[in-house]
Write a protein that binds this ligand. Structure first.
Ligand code: SAM
Length: 413
């Protein structure tokens, strides 16, 4: 059967959770303004102004996903190399203004930076949100990375937390910590009439009581969220990926189920995954095609609407279609990219495929009913996917290891 390249503006996937939107677009794109005033939490982890080029290591084929090689390194994004600081700060100001516009009155803003730009950002946030809306400068402390002998090793990021208004929602009871903070021996140890052990202290005439069996909550120095280790199963190969435990904490204390969480520089999609897993809606954007493809893959089991340009590259698919009783079985045998990017290997069979989706095109929308993505633990792609026999044109979408996204419609269905 002949499969023809087609273009539709929207991809909609059925799946778990209340759903979300993923865009391969600039964070300042006008389309995002459609969500003004609707977002409950904006988490923003922009480039830190390192001046470097951040990589994305894409594992290739079954071997790559099983053993780590082969893989291809791409530049995921350029972190303002050769750009003057003023230009970066102008961009940061626009981002902060955009976060302010997106948030609803009870919303919260978390801006993740490091020591390079955190002080500048604090002043901009004070201007945009108002000094009185400052809540915390969270120190996320970790032990990974190199050590310096010329100054104290820099082992923390700063997450600035601002409220959109004084009515903002915040529920610390949603984020109890596992580790009991050491309350020290200077507190008096006692047992109440019901036999519950507690420690107490009197300060400025007020008595503070801490029961041993009560949960503890984080303060503004987070030492209990570790950076991802080399072998961490969460690792996607996206250089600046943050651990999900970090975004879980941010989202759980600042939103309720079904609320909308936005990360418009989503990178590998960590905050979007946190939102989806915790029953929140999400709005994600990133202008890097690699960020889009990693995020899309991490969200493969969730309900998601994707807005991303289809690639114009020359490619071929060898696919098949078998009708069953009430369903179609779509098979993908091979995909070939005519001209792989310079310095990358030519790949045959399904090696160049990182993820594929099957569904139906109905009224300019590609609705996904089944997907197969390579990941650790399941390095092989499913050769066939089943979709319901409904009205529409059977189609399949391939996202290849180079970040190209192509849509193919089965002719004569
Ligand atoms: C530090 S990374 C985000 C990492 C992410 N938090 C994660 O866990 O993977 C910053 C992201 O900002 C994106 N970015 C930079 N400029 C952008 C812009 N103007 N619009 C959208 N995304 C942008 C980069 O492509 C990069 O993915």
């Amino acid at each position: 059967m002949v499969w023809q390249r087609v273009e539709v503006p929207l991809e909609r996937a059925e799946g778990q959770g209340p759903g979300g939107i993923l865009m391969n677009k600039d964070a300042l794109a006008p389309e995002l303004m459609a969500f003004a005033g609707q977002v409950q939490c904006v988490y923003m982890d922009p480039p830190f102004f390192t001046g470097g080029r951040m990589t994305f290591r894409m594992r290739v084929g079954e071997d790559g996903w099983r053993d780590g090689t082969p893989s291809i390194d791409f530049v995921a994004y350029d972190d303002f190399s050769g750009v003057h600081r003023d230009e970066y700060l102008a961009f940061l100001r626009e981002l902060i203004e955009r976060a302010h516009v997106l948030l609803g009155p009870t919303g919260s803003f978390f801006l993740h930076l490091d020591d390079r730009m955190a002080a500048h950002a604090r002043l901009i946030c004070d201007e945009v949100f108002g000094i009185s809306q400052f809540r915390n400068s969270i120190i996320w402390s970790y032990q990974t990375g190199g050590r310096s002998k010329r100054y104290f090793s820099r082992k923390h990021d700063t997450i600035l937390f601002y409220a959109r208004s004084r009515d903002h929602f915040f529920d610390i009871t949603q984020v109890p910590t596992k580790l009991k903070r050491d309350r020290g021996n200077h507190l008096k140890r006692e047992v109440d009439e019901k036999g519950r052990a507690f420690r107490s202290i009197v300060s400025n005439g007020k008595r503070y009581i801490y029961y041993d069996d009560e949960p503890d909550y984080p303060d503004d120095v987070w030492t209990d969220v570790s950076q991802m280790q080399q072998k961490d199963p969460q690792r996607t190969g996206y250089a600046t990926q943050k651990p999900q435990a970090l975004t879980d904490r941010i989202i759980l204390c600042s939103t309720r189920p079904n609320d909308l969480v936005a990360d418009i520089l989503c990178g590998s999609g960590t905050a979007l995954v946190s939102a989806a897993v915790n029953g929140r809606r999400f709005l994600g954007a990133d202008d890097s095609p690699h960020a889009f493809s990693v995020s899309r893959k991490r969200l493969a089991e969730f309900a998601v609407e994707s807005h991303a340009p289809l690639s114009r590259v020359q490619a071929m698919v060898d696919a098949s279609l078998l009708p069953g009783i009430g369903y179609y079985s779509v098979g993908l045998n091979a995909y070939t990219l005519a001209e792989p990017p310079e310095g990358t290997p030519e790949l045959s069979g399904l090696d160049a495929v990182d993820q594929w989706y099957a569904g139906l095109i109905q009224e300019h929308v590609f609705t996904v009913y089944a997907s197969s993505v390579r990941k650790k633990g399941t390095p092989a792609l499913a050769p066939r996917l089943e979709i319901p026999m409904l009205r529409g044109t059977v189609a399949l979408m391939v996202i290849d290891v180079y970040g190209n996204r192509t849509l193919w419609a089965g002719a004569g269905v």
